[in-house]
Design a protein around this ligand. Structure first.
Ligand code: S3P
Length: 425
């Protein structure tokens, strides 16, 4: 696909529902008593895999339209053994979270994924779940995974890596464990699971660096509205920050502070960001975000803030290419374990189009030049965030970008190119 440079980006848009929260709505909904009516669902290849997974576990999901569904909860221990493996496709969140849930069910479950997911580390969830008494087998630390439900006991677990997926798998298993399950996190990661379980009636105790859960009698969610996905808004916000003369507002987007590190870093770089109509949506902070172009300068991103912008670091690298001076990202080794090795893929792809960026052990360094990047070929490598990075690079470039593997956007945001077209002036 050819992405031409645009003179500016302008307008008001909305983005699909948050992917992290959409996965959780379907998974937690499946464990609830009664119906959970979900609006603002972020439909994508990843979240469709989650719907299919819970259906194979015996849960009915009625799809009313593209973003409204009813999950007919089967109760905490109501999931049944499927006839074959559960295919998590490209979705790491699905595979890791459902493993925590299945550890407390009756039966044995096999989980498989696509090539990219099968290369990602799974011992990180298997290990704490085994400590709780679950039977989890990985294939040399990876998928395929076999989980057999067992009587679980609570543990105190300190996360060895800052991962919301691992934290969530342990908390979800904690729904079935005798005693109080505690997860200690050295750095704050997204807390959508905690928020949703609390909303569903579980006793969740939150402290500055840890969270505990007790096994509830039952969960009930009723109606749940999902806010727009900050990670899907991010490509447009970054494009507006770097394409001269742009002014763009994304409405109804999630602004959970554990997700919006990109805005903090962009503001440090001199971006013009304004937030209007702050309001809660489905138990999450949300609002309308406006970005106008300004001159950017380089910034340093520390390990402590990395989890709050982990999925946006590829876009930050592009913004840094356009900013005057040096940008340094440290403590982001987890990027190597995403849908692609995002240190290597981001550095190599941005270099191909004229960016001055180099990889470090746990991040990257960018020498920014305040002009448009040259342009050229960008390959997504099957990674949705790389595909969106290539598109934003294209609109903000001098010569345009030939984006290979553009269809990967469907993993999280099938309508991405329609929105991009809508705001290109
Ligand atoms: C997610 C957590 C993060 C993030 C991923 C979604 C979640 O992964 O990168 O896109 O929904 O919990 P890790 O927990 O592996 O850091």
């Amino acid at each position: 696909m050819r992405i031409e440079p645009v003179p500016a980006l302008e307008g008001h848009v909305a983005v699909p529902g948050d992917k992290s929260i959409s996965h959780r709505a379907v998974l937690v909904g499946a464990l609830c008593e009664g119906d959970v009516r979900v609006s603002g669902f972020g439909r994508s290849a990843d979240t469709e895999a989650t719907m299919k997974a819970v259906r194979s576990l015996g849960v009915e999901v009625d799809e009313h339209d593209v973003d409204t569904l009813t999950v007919r909860g089967a109760g905490l221990r109501g999931l049944s053994e499927p006839s074959g493996p559960i295919d998590c496709r490209n979705a790491g969140t699905l595979m890791r979270l459902v493993t925590g849930i299945l550890a407390g069910q009756r039966g044995s479950f096999e989980l498989v994924g696509d090539q990219s997911l099968s290369a990602r580390p799974m011992e990180r969830v298997a290990e704490p779940l085994r400590r709780m008494g679950a039977l989890v087998e990985t294939t040399d630390g990876h998928a395929p995974l076999v989980v057999a439900g067992a009587q679980l006991r609570a543990i105190d677990y300190e996360l060895p890596v800052p991962s919301a997926q691992v934290k969530s798998a342990v908390l979800l298993a904690g729904l079935f464990a005798s005693g109080e399950t505690t997860v200690v996190e050295p750095m704050p990661t997204r807390d959508h699971t905690e928020r949703m379980l609390e909303r569903a009636g579980a006793t969740v105790t939150r402290r500055p660096t840890s969270v505990s859960i007790e096994a509830p009698e039952r969960l009930t969610l009723g109606d749940l509205e999902i806010c727009g996905d900050f990670s899907s808004a991010a490509p447009f916000l970054v494009a507006a920050a770097i394409v001269p003369g742009s002014a763009l507002t994304v409405h109804g987007v999630g602004l959970n502070p554990r997700r919006t590190g990109l805005l903090d870093v962009l503001e440090r770089m001199g971006a013009r960001v304004a937030i209007y109509n702050r309001r809660p949506i489905g138990g999450e902070p949300a609002g309308d975000v406006e970005v106008r172009t300004s001159e950017l300068v380089g910034a340093t991103v520390t390990a402590a803030e990395v989890p709050s912008l982990i999925d946006e670091l590829p876009l930050l690298a592009l913004a840094a290419c356009h900013a005057r001076g040096e940008t340094v990202v440290r403590g982001a080794g987890e990027l190597r374990l995403k849908e692609s090795n995002r240190i290597e893929s981001v550095v190599e792809e941005l270099r191909r189009i004229g960016g001055h960026i180099r990889a470090t052990r746990d991040g990257f360094r960018v020498r920014g030049v305040p002009t448009r990047v040259r342009g050229g070929i960008v390959e997504s490598r099957g990674d949705h965030r790389l595909a969106m990075l290539g598109a934003v690079a294209g609109v903000s470039s001098q010569e345009g970008v030939e984006l290979r593997g553009a269809e990967a956007v469907a993993v999280s945001f099938p309508g991405f190119f329609d929105v991009l077209e809508q705001i290109a002036r």
